[in-house]
Design a protein around this ligand. Structure first.
Ligand code: ATP
Length: 241
């Protein structure tokens, strides 16, 4: 069976002056896959992710996201993806529902469509009763779950999550990963960065980036076997030290 790849990159490179932040990375991600994009601080993950999201143009290499060229079609890419940035991205002064309406509008959705989707997503996280609450008053874990739902409002083909569970407690992190798995099962491709190695084990495949290059890419089980490691933390330490 031919795999339906929604992300394909070859030799993708980003230079800032003389400094190479992303150094010729190549990989493909299949539809519905949960792809973990790991690396130490400063490895180049966010820079690579921004190129895939059409937010920054590559210096070199080629690739496509949702069928669009990362070199020339950044605007088209943005329509087919959701992006949850490292920094909290919702408007704290607005209510949950108002945030949903705002972002749905930005994605060009009709009002009725936004209403329907808001109800659906808030029910999914059992938060419908809080639709009228101001986002700034909510605990971090809820805000992160909402930011994920907002990134999904327009039913994107691919969702990019940049450290979505940073600073969140272990129970909420578990719930967050249940939501991620649910979205992937429904056909959304998940491209996720994390610093929590227990979370890496929830990914279908994981790539580990060191100094701008992909040093390993495989399923968590294969990586542990190849590196003779008991867990993903050990894999990470062996590759990154
Ligand atoms: P973290 O986990 O800390 O977010 P990261 O893997 O996402 O790290 P990047 O933010 O992609 O790493 O940064 C990779 C390297 O590129 C870093 O050394 C960073 O200082 C550098 N860098 C990022 N953006 C720029 C820029 N606009 N100009 C110059 N250097 C940059």
């Amino acid at each position: 069976m031919v795999k339906d790849n929604v992300i394909e990159v070859c030799g993708l490179t980003k230079r800032f002056g003389a400094f190479t932040a992303v150094d010729g990375i190549s990989f493909a991600v299949a539809r519905g896959e949960i792809f973990g994009f790991l690396g130490a601080n400063g490895a180049g993950k966010t820079t690579a992710m921004r190129m895939l999201c059409g937010l920054s143009y590559p210096t070199d290499g080629r690739g496509s996201v949702a069928g669009y060229d990362v070199m020339t079609q950044g605007e088209q890419i943005k329509r087919y993806i959701g992006y949850m940035s490292q920094r909290f991205s919702l408007y704290e002064e607005l209510t949950v529902k108002e945030n949903m309406e705002l972002f749905g509008g930005i994605y060009g959705m009709r009002r009725s469509e936004i209403r329907h989707r808001t109800d659906e997503l808030l029910q999914q996280i059992e938060f419908a009763a809080h639709a009228g609450e101001r986002v700034g008053r909510l605990p971090l874990g809820w805000r992160q779950k909402l930011a994920f739902m907002v990134a999904m409002i327009h039913k994107p083909e691919i969702v990019f999550l940049d450290e979505p569970t940073g600073g969140v407690d272990p129970i909420t992190r578990r719930q967050f990963w249940t939501l991620i798995r649910h979205a992937a099962t429904a056909g959304t491709t998940i491209f996720v960065t994390t610093h929590y190695m227990d979370e890496a084990a929830f990914c279908d495949r994981v790539s580990i980036m060191v100094d701008g290059r992909i040093k390993a890419l495989d399923t968590p089980a294969s990586l542990m076997q190849q590196m003779q490691a008991r867990n993903m933390n050990e894999v990470f330490v062996k590759l990154c030290r």
